[in-house]
Design a protein around this ligand. Structure first.
Ligand SMILES: Nc1nc2c(ncn2[C@@H]2O[C@H](COP(=O)(O)OP(=O)(O)O)[C@@H](O)[C@H]2O)c(=O)[nH]1
Ligand SMILES: [Mg+2]
Length: 287
């Protein structure tokens, strides 16, 4: 996995590296123990009457506030302090943390983490960097436009291996359903009812995800051009937009707006992890 390769890269650069999922208690405990041990080590004294402050810095929306909250909740602080836990605002939109706030994560010595608003350079001139930041939600969508971000995602997907996992979705699904039907002695109308019973309305999304994956797999697999060639890639992306419009059931009459709607729906699926996981930056060549 690329994440592990990145971890190895940082270790080679003599950086201490932790891969943390803020929703994973074990991950947080491990990081917390490391941080508290480091603080004690730095001070090298048995007098624990001091306060240490750790600052979280990073681009918007990487998960600083979520990490601060988790460290605070699991932190080694007294029961009385646990009774009045603070809560940093966590949000899928960038720019939600407006101020620096401190959350206690350890006692004896007292250790705090400072959650901070995200930082970015005032000007980003490289459009690819812009697209990556937008795709991951570090800058607002309107700065690039949802359509542009979705096109960037499709370009990424089309040159990745991720879609190959969806090959099994493409094997004449209709035929199989028909055979299953016959085997069960059901009419298609009965199957429709059965599916509705099995999957109540909030699972509609799952069928759409399935169709989106299948459509993406098929558009890439049956494409006659070379995705390494800019013009061909653009042509494929256009085709994908058209096919996805049908999958998402966006009325063609909406014209230009239809494209934006398709883009927004596709980005939503990507950002909720339903279209796989991607590492946007490749490892520096010298590794
Ligand atoms: N799956 C997952 N989502 C996370 C994690 N950390 C943060 N998030 C989500 O990423 C989004 C941004 O998190 P937030 O903490 O507000 O980022 P900040 O802008 O750096 O403070 C939110 O929707 C979080 O729920 C994580 O470790 N795993
Ligand atoms: Mg924040």
């Amino acid at each position: 996995m690329l994440v592990l390769e990145w971890k190895r890269y940082f270790e080679q650069q003599k950086c201490i590296s932790y891969g943390v999922n803020s929703h994973n208690k074990e991950n947080i405990k491990e990081l917390l123990n490391f941080l508290l041990a480091r603080v004690r080590e730095l001070k090298r004294t048995n007098d624990f009457n001091y306060t240490a402050v750790i600052m979280l810095i990073g681009i918007p929306n990487v998960g600083k506030s979520a990490l601060a909250n988790s460290l605070h909740q699991i932190g080694r602080i007294s029961a009385a302090e646990k009774g009045k836990l603070k809560h940093a605002i966590v949000s899928p939109n960038p720019g939600e943390t407006k101020d620096i706030s401190s959350l206690k994560i350890g006692s004896h010595p007292n250790v705090y983490v400072l959650d901070t608003p995200g930082v970015l350079p005032p000007k980003i001139l490289n459009t690819e960097v812009y697209s990556k930041l937008a795709l991951t939600g570090s800058i607002r969508d309107c700065l690039v436009g949802e359509r542009g971000i979705a096109q960037y995602f499709l370009a990424l997907l089309n040159s990745s291996d991720e879609y190959k996992k969806w090959a099994k979705l493409s094997m004449n699904v209709n035929d199989r359903t028909f055979l299953d039907l016959e085997a069960e002695g059901l009419s298609s109308c009965e199957l429709d009812k059965k599916q509705k019973r099995q999957y109540p309305t909030d699972h509609t999304q799952d069928f759409i995800v399935h169709d989106v994956r299948r459509t993406l797999f098929e558009t890439i697999s049956f494409f006659d051009g070379n995705v390494q060639v800019g013009e061909d890639l653009s042509r494929l992306i256009e085709t994908q937009f058209t096919s996805l419009r049908e999958v998402f059931q966006v009325p063609v009459e909406l014209g230009e707006e239809a494209q934006n709607k398709v883009a927004a729906k596709l980005l939503n699926l990507f950002r909720t992890g339903r279209l796989g996981h991607y590492t946007l930056d490749s490892l520096p060549w010298h590794t």
